[in-house]
Design a protein around this ligand. Structure first.
Ligand SMILES: *[C@@H]1O[C@H](CO)[C@@H](O)[C@H](O)[C@H]1NC(C)=O
Ligand SMILES: *[C@@H]1O[C@H](CO)[C@@H](O)[C@H](O)[C@H]1NC(C)=O
Ligand SMILES: *[C@@H]1O[C@H](CO)[C@@H](O)[C@H](O)[C@H]1NC(C)=O
Ligand SMILES: *[C@@H]1O[C@H](CO)[C@@H](O)[C@H](O)[C@H]1NC(C)=O
Ligand SMILES: *[C@@H]1O[C@H](CO)[C@@H](O)[C@H](O)[C@H]1NC(C)=O
Ligand SMILES: *[C@@H]1O[C@H](CO)[C@@H](O)[C@H](O)[C@H]1NC(C)=O
Ligand SMILES: *[C@@H]1O[C@H](CO)[C@@H](O)[C@H](O)[C@H]1NC(C)=O
Ligand SMILES: *[C@@H]1O[C@H](CO)[C@@H](O)[C@H](O)[C@H]1NC(C)=O
Ligand SMILES: *[C@@H]1O[C@H](CO)[C@@H](O)[C@H](O)[C@H]1NC(C)=O
Ligand SMILES: *[C@@H]1O[C@H](CO)[C@@H](O)[C@H](O)[C@H]1NC(C)=O
Ligand SMILES: *[C@@H]1O[C@H](CO)[C@@H](O)[C@H](O)[C@H]1NC(C)=O
Ligand SMILES: CC(=O)N[C@H]1CO[C@H](CO)[C@@H](O)[C@@H]1O
Length: 391
């Protein structure tokens, strides 16, 4: 043990005595050893933040403390294998465990309330030891761990939840009902099943590389919904009536059916692209798309019977033969100015491209936006709007 650390160990504790530590500290209290941690055992509430030193080699048990009125931080430590707190119920600040390679046990059987939970860079952590279940956590960030499940996270409301790059995580099942800012699930185990059966309202939702996503009770998404690089065959959102921002369904090679039977309004862009097996696109109640509408891929059927207002550009390009739908349905919307931006709708295209691209083969390829100088100008404006909305 380096001499600086040895000096930091309180003498009495080192000699085997217990002593009552101060239960408050305005500065962050640095714990160097488990003896330092045990010194707080008599503190029902500890006022102030506790950080465990990067050089600590002991396992740390913060037993006795019921509430930490501050943060609990363990960062960048290469030795600690176990972190626990037998009596801890509340952390009013952040609970941060970051870059602790050998940590294999986190045991806080009574912990229920934290302001935020950030567990990242934990190459040996397989489970969260939160037996009572965390009930409140405004922000949750779990990245680069070996967790196999999120058992122990029982939050019903959160501002942000980010769960990414957890290679063994194959089940995400949370009782959350409201997400006020962002939920992002990205690159966990490729077989991960996502079950958010209580979710009713959210701001931004991003699901990338998931094997199934279930959000049957979602009613409103105030921001955007993105389904990316996933391998589910079906996606449905039976109760979803409006999306305030964009809806993007891109790069899902197994996707066969999507169902949005109640969706009427999309406040941003609607993009459905490069889903190899998705042939049939139906949005039966959709009337308004305030950004661009962009469908490209192997599409054989497009049904948008209620569509009445597309404020951005309109691009449909498919390898399939959809030309009659273009000519019989969508051209009329363009002609009556219900599609306000540039218009492209083309079947039997070799390489279907996104908004702004020129269809590569077939006949009748033409972008009506170029018909008059006035339209060109309007088109440029709307192309800009659409591009912005695609972010
Ligand atoms: C945890 O916080 C709640 C709410 O502030 C409080 O009622 C409870 O007494 C706290 N528990 C402990 C063990 O400090
Ligand atoms: C991690 O700790 C080591 C020493 O234990 C130190 O050299 C390094 O700078 C620390 N890294 C960060 C990002 O704090
Ligand atoms: C946590 O949630 C799971 C599933 O939603 C439930 O089975 C479990 O009983 C809950 N645990 C607690 C302690 O609330
Ligand atoms: C939601 O996403 C949109 C873009 O898709 C972005 O402009 C907005 O800031 C995001 N909201 C939050 C709370 O991050
Ligand atoms: C979405 O917007 C509605 C209406 O503005 C609001 O009542 C609701 O709380 C918002 N939901 C979220 C998750 O932000
Ligand atoms: C959808 O909404 C209806 C009516 O509000 C409700 O009865 C139903 O349980 C919700 N969920 C699903 C999956 O339809
Ligand atoms: C994850 O999704 C991205 C697209 O968003 C895709 O490029 C990537 O191949 C996917 N990863 C896996 C393992 O499927
Ligand atoms: C909705 O999707 C689930 C799989 O995610 C599927 O089992 C169910 O049959 C689908 N329901 C409808 C009405 O498409
Ligand atoms: C997709 O929908 C069609 C028609 O409703 C159905 O025959 C087919 O089985 C569905 N595919 C999957 C994978 O559920
Ligand atoms: C779909 O794939 C094509 C060809 O790889 C690519 O040019 C296009 O950008 C992709 N579209 C999206 C929305 O990723
Ligand atoms: C269309 O389907 C073929 C064959 O399944 C596939 O190779 C190709 O990538 C698909 N194209 C698009 C744009 O999804
Ligand atoms: C899980 C899965 O099949 N993901 C694929 C979705 O489609 C993109 C390309 O369109 C692939 O890169 C992903 O591997």
């Amino acid at each position: 043990m380096p001499s600086a650390l040895r000096l930091a160990v309180p003498l009495l504790a080192a000699a085997g005595y217990t002593y009552a530590a101060d239960c408050s500290n305005q500065a962050t209290t640095t714990v160097q050893s488990n003896a330092d941690a045990s010194a707080f055992a008599s503190c029902k509430t500890f006022s102030g933040s506790i950080a465990i030193s990067t050089g600590t080699t002991d396992n740390i048990a913060l037993d006795g403390i019921g509430t930490i009125d501050g943060d609990l931080i363990l960062k960048n430590n290469s030795q600690i294998q176990q972190l626990s707190g037998a009596d801890l119920v509340n952390i009013t600040g952040n609970f941060v465990v970051e870059t602790v390679q050998v940590l294999n046990t986190v045991n806080f059987p009574k912990l229920k309330n934290v302001d935020s939970l950030s567990f990242t860079g934990l190459a040996n952590l397989r489970e969260l030891g939160f037996t009572a279940g965390i009930q409140t956590a405004g922000n949750i960030d779990i990245e680069n761990t070996q967790l196999t499940s999120l058992t122990g996270l029982n939050v019903t409301q959160a501002d942000t939840i980010k769960i990414a790059n957890n290679g063994l995580l194959d089940t995400i099942d949370l009782p959350v009902t409201t997400i006020t800012d962002i939920m992002s699930l990205d690159n966990n185990n490729i077989a991960v099943t996502v079950t958010l059966n209580e979710l009713e309202s959210a701001q931004n939702l991003t699901f990338r590389n998931c094997s199934s996503v279930s959000i049957p009770n979602i009613e409103t998404i105030n921001g955007s919904l993105q389904l990316l690089g996933s391998k589910f065959e079906n996606f449905n959102a039976t109760n979803l009536t409006s999306i305030g921002g964009a809806l993007a369904i891109v790069d899902n090679n197994s996707l066969q059916n999507i169902s949005f039977p109640a969706l009427t309004k999309i406040g941003g862009a609607l993009e459905v692209a490069n889903n190899t097996d998705l042939n049939d696109i139906e949005f039966n109640k959709l009337d308004t798309v305030s950004g661009a509408l962009d469908f490209h891929g192997n599409i054989t059927k497009v049904s948008l019977p209620a569509l009445d207002d597309v404020k951005g550009s309109f691009n449909i390009q498919s390898t399939g033969d959809i030309q009659s739908t273009c000519d019989n349905s969508f051209k009329k919307l363009k002609d009556s100015s219900k599609i306000q931006g540039p218009y492209t709708c083309k079947g039997k295209v070799d390489q279907p491209g996104g908004e702004g691209s020129t269809p590569t083969s077939g006949d009748g390829a033409k972008k009506s936006g170029a018909a008059s100088p006035m339209n060109v100008q309007g088109g440029a404006v709307f192309a800009g709007l659409a591009a912005a909305l695609f972010l």
